[in-house]
Design a protein around this ligand. Structure first.
Ligand SMILES: Nc1nc2c(ncn2[C@@H]2O[C@H](COP(=O)(O)OP(=O)(O)O)[C@@H](O)[C@H]2O)c(=O)[nH]1
Ligand SMILES: [Mg+2]
Length: 287
């Protein structure tokens, strides 16, 4: 932190305080991830496989008869919240209560992980719900990450290699077709990943995609909670880069909104990159 302070020593005390206050908020940011998909697709299994701490403290998010369940996990005083979202398989279109539930919930969510079962033949109820959220509730497509779980059950399911936790060539080809079917049905913004929560298949790829798909301010807080197996160099690099981007945005905001003498503003833009590098080098301390 001394190193960081030295880059900011030319700033008026009040501006320095503003920087550190925004910086602390960034470090303490508590991400919230929505989880969507039919019962039994493996939402809980996936979360338990990817993250270090067990899910706990369930509470209902209500305000009406339509409810979502909130789960949280915490590590070193930092919390990560999951919200199990209802809606798949319900008739949403004319349901005012779903509208109000999602109006309240969506702004809080950093991302929605949408779990589909790889051996399901049709996802029409998922599609209906997806259209409701994107078209009627205005939630942006880049906020959805589609996952095809239970890849081990894809036909011919007897061919799954239980020793190496791998699909056969024929299964791999069928899984690729399923991924293509998800692309056709949902036109997802992010790559669709085929995984098996039970067989630990492709969970590294999923963790890396998840960190990359999250908004920059949430990626480090989520990376911190990942199981160490999935906290790869790629995960750390994208979280660290996201963090650096947020620090850069904080400096830009200060330049924009604080009435500072022109000389100080110029100095601040000149040292911005050094501030960003200094905070990125401290990333491991915070996360
Ligand atoms: N074969 C297989 N079974 C799975 C997989 N993921 C979850 N399951 C099983 O599917 C069932 C439902 O999983 P759960 O995580 O409770 O689903 P949720 O209702 O979406 O939270 C459980 O019996 C899990 O053990 C998977 O990748 N492969
Ligand atoms: Mg569950």
């Amino acid at each position: 932190m001394k190193q960081l302070e030295s880059h900011l020593s030319f700033l008026p005390e009040k501006t320095k305080k503003m920087f550190f206050s925004a910086f602390n908020n960034l470090i303490c940011y508590s991400p919230t991830i929505g989880v969507m998909g039919k019962t039994g697709t493996g939402k809980s299994s996936l979360i338990n496989a990817l993250f270090q701490s067990p899910l706990s403290s369930v509470s209902d998010v209500s305000g009406c008869t339509r409810q979502a369940q909130r789960f949280s996990m915490s590590m070193n005083d930092h919390a990560l919240t999951f919200i199990d979202l209802p809606g798949v398989g319900e008739s949403l279109e004319r349901d005012k209560e779903y509208h109000s539930l999602y109006r309240n919930l969506l702004p809080e969510l950093d991302l929605i992980i949408w779990v589909l079962k790889a051996d399901d033949r049709a996802w029409s109820s998922d599609e209906q719900c997806y259209h409701f959220l994107t078209e009627q509730c205005g939630y942006h497509r880049n906020r959805f990450l589609f996952v095809l779980n239970q890849a081990d059950k894809i036909e011919p399911c007897r061919q799954w290699d239980e020793q190496r936790h791998q699909p056969s060539d024929e299964q791999a080809a069928n899984l690729a077709l399923k991924q293509q079917a998800v692309i056709t049905a949902f036109k997802p913004y992010h790559t669709v990943i085929g995984v098996s929560a039970i067989e630990n298949f492709q969970l590294t790829a999923l963790a890396e995609k998840l960190i990359q798909a999250l908004p920059a301010q949430a990626s480090s807080g989520v990376a911190r909670q990942l199981n160490t197996t999935y906290r790869t160099a790629t995960v750390e690099t994208s979280a660290r880069d996201g963090f650096g981007q947020c620090v850069s945005d904080i400096v830009d905001t200060l330049i924009d909104i604080v009435p500072l003498p022109a000389l100080i503003k110029n100095t601040l833009s000149t040292v911005k990159n050094s501030i960003v590098s200094a905070t990125k080098s401290l990333w491991g301390l915070f996360f």
